[in-house]
Design a protein around this ligand. Structure first.
Ligand SMILES: [Zn+2]
Ligand SMILES: [Zn+2]
Length: 252
């Protein structure tokens, strides 16, 4: 049972208690009016007021507890709408989150560059993840708890790495509250559409967990938070050790 469920149950119990008290007091008042005894009425009203204050406090706590994570999702460059929907669903089905699809920004788009691999016929579109995370930070304003960039271009953390063909699936910047996800590497790694959807979902959930402060997991060999080298063993859920580290109010 989550904290939200416990608070909800207590609030409901208090509400019932107040209703019963009010009915009793109404009955007493009618009875005591006839006896012209005002002091017990005053004490009873004080009890009702205390109960109401307590109920309001619990309701406030319950509302705060049920608040969802506000995530802004920004497509960078031309992004397949199907990919946007996979990421949105992957986040919302797992985290207590509300994902808003934002417009791509010229600042982030300007970071896209073309890389011509001498061994390839065509050039590919590539983007630096660290630069994107920095550019996305200006879109947080006060509206979002984090902003996540999504690109279909190749993602690197430096031009040198691109020349060595080291591509990454995603990168989070927890201090900036931003993360960038790329479908490029996943498309080449996923044999079927089903596997691609699962892989993209795992990357989106993994990067968000980084933004929330979680680090790579070394407690289990099957967990959402395994490092990129162990991606094949990554599952779309947290292991029990990681579950203890994350605020469970943020999870569905
Ligand atoms: Zn990671
Ligand atoms: Zn773990």
């Amino acid at each position: 049972m989550s904290l939200a469920d416990i608070i909800g149950t207590i609030s409901f119990t208090v509400f019932l208690r107040i209703t019963i008290s009010q009915l009793r007091i109404k009955k007493n008042m009618e009875h005591k009016k006839s006896r012209k005894n005002k002091l017990p009425n005053y004490v009873s009203m004080l009890r009702v007021k205390s109960f109401c204050a307590f109920a309001v406090l619990l309701f406030t706590l319950y509302s705060a507890d049920a608040q969802s994570l506000k995530v802004g999702l920004v497509p960078i460059g031309k992004v397949d709408e199907h990919h946007i929907n996979i990421v949105k669903a992957g986040i919302e089905n797992f985290y207590r989150a509300e994902v808003s699809c934002l417009l791509s920004t010229p600042m982030a788009d300007s970071l896209l560059s073309t890389y011509s691999d001498p061994k390839r016929v065509s050039s590919i579109s590539v983007i630096n993840a660290k630069a994107v995370n920095l550019a996305l930070a200006v879109q947080i304003y006060r509206k979002y708890d984090m902003v996540v960039g999504l690109t279909d271009s190749a993602l690197t953390i430096g031009k040198r790495l691109m020349s060595e063909r080291i591509l990454i699936r995603g990168l989070a910047a927890d201090t900036l509250k931003t993360a960038t996800i790329s479908t490029f590497k996943l498309k080449h790694e996923s044999v079927t559409e089903e596997i691609f959807i699962e892989n993209l979902t795992k990357v989106a959930r993994h990067e968000i967990a980084h933004v929330l402060g979680l680090r790579h997991c070394y407690s289990s060999d099957r967990c959402l938070m395994l490092n990129g080298m162990k991606f094949k063993n990554t599952i779309p859920e947290f292991c029990s050790a990681c579950l203890e580290k994350i605020d469970n109010r943020l999870l569905r």
